[in-house]
Design a protein around this ligand. Structure first.
Ligand code: PLP
Length: 377
């Protein structure tokens, strides 16, 4: 289907949507506000290289990765944009930070003073997430870092624990703590030029108070939860068709037993692809615009659906598994809710073996064509 080897299943990554989402959010921001796109965990499962190149083209200022090696991988493929490592920095990272021009997050004076000369850093403040960062009221430690001559304190940031829970009071407390830190540094004329705290929820729902100099929306730019356009679609193909008589069990454990004669379609998608196994008989897959209920257990490489209502179903038909064009029933959000989890976990679990196709400037293309388009090494 794409490239030379026929594929049983694939993810469509709509880079046009990613770029439109970036422009949409940018237009909501006060002029001059910078944007960081988190591309950690392979860009939430969307492919970090393609997402990074698309994001840079759409005007994103920074990319965010969790770990040093994720930043190095981007550099080795020619990504030149600023990259902030969001995870804690260790001394063993130093030579690589320099070699690959990566910007560390710094959580103590001890490590800041050992940074190689000329390192640009972002100071991480713990305002209430309690994951890492300097305690919100430790003004002295932060000031000491800002005064160091070996580092340039370019950024100061924190992360919100409850921005997606508007009724929760913790965000208010975190914002107040962060603001006190910023003011304290302002008064000492040490305020780093790029202060930032907003994730997706804060960027879109609590604009005025959270934007500062840069925002860091991930989920919203990938198109979930915030009524922007989803970037990822999981598709597969019909690999087998059979008529099954009434009274027969289907799939492992026979958790589904036919009550009537049924046309069963076997779809090449399973938990080995990141299509969660969950409970038996839960969820639907769309074939030719029709919702086909999953029968029994999802297997590792396949699952069976009831295609009785799709009279013209054919071997090789496209099956839409997550984010189909036909129904919100299989949106990432709905699929996550069915499986008692969050959208982030669904997209980050997309398996490596899934082939990726990209939509870019209205055309579908494989990785090789995309590489040509962007001269990716
Ligand atoms: C992942 C991450 C974000 C993005 O969060 P979303 O909820 O996807 O918007 C922002 N900041 C930090 C530090 C992160 O690790």
């Amino acid at each position: 289907m794409f490239g030379t080897v026929p594929r049983p299943n694939w993810i469509e990554i709509d880079l046009d949507n990613l770029q439109n989402n970036i422009r949409y959010v940018r237009d909501l921001l006060p002029a001059g506000t910078k944007m960081l796109l988190p591309v950690k965990a392979d860009a939430y499962g969307h492919g970090s290289l393609a997402s990074s190149f698309a994001a840079i083209e759409a005007g994103v200022d920074f990319l965010g990765v969790a770990h040093l090696f994720e930043g190095i991988a981007l550099r080795e493929h020619g990504v030149n944009a600023r990259i902030l490592i969001l995870g804690p920095c260790m001394e063993s990272d130093f030579p690589f930070l320099q070699k690959y021009n990566l910007t560390p997050s710094i959580s103590s004076y001890e490590i800041a003073k050992k940074c190689p000369a000329g390192t640009k850093i972002h100071i991480k403040i713990d305002t209430g997430m309690h994951r890492f960062g300097i305690k919100y009221d430790n003004f002295e430690e932060v000031k000491k870092i800002c005064e160091l001559s070996n580092v340039e304190a370019e950024g100061l940031y924190s992360h919100l624990a409850t921005a997606d829970m508007p009724e929760h009071s913790a965000m208010e407390i975190q914002l107040t703590r962060f603001d006190r830190m910023v003011k304290e540094l302002e008064n000492a004329r040490l305020r780093p030029p790029i202060c930032h705290i907003a994730n997706s929820a804060a960027t879109l729902r609590f604009a005025e108070r959270t934007h500062y100099d840069m925002v860091r929306p991930g989920l919203a730019l990938y198109g979930y939860e915030f009524s922007v356009k989803p970037v990822l679609r999981l598709c597969a193909t019909v690999r087998a068709l059979r008529e099954v008589e009434a009274g027969e069990g289907v799939s492992y454990g026979h958790f589904f037993v036919t009550q009537k004669n049924m046309r069963v379609a076997t779809i090449a998608i399973g938990y080995g692809d990141g299509y969660l196994r969950g409970k038996p008989n839960e969820g639907v897959i769309f074939i030719r615009g029709k919702a086909c209920p999953i029968l029994g257990r999802v297997c590792m490489d396949a699952c069976m659906v009831d295609a009785s209502d799709v009279p013209d179903v054919q071997l090789g038909d496209r099956a839409e598994c997550i984010n189909g064009e036909f129904s919100p029933k299989i949106s990432v959000e709905a699929f996550a809710a069915t499986h008692n989890t969050i959208s982030y976990e669904i997209t980050t679990r997309m398996a490596r073996r899934l082939y990726r196709v990209y939509k870019y400037k209205g055309a579908m293309m494989g990785w090789h064509e995309l590489k040509e388009a962007w001269k990716i090494v």
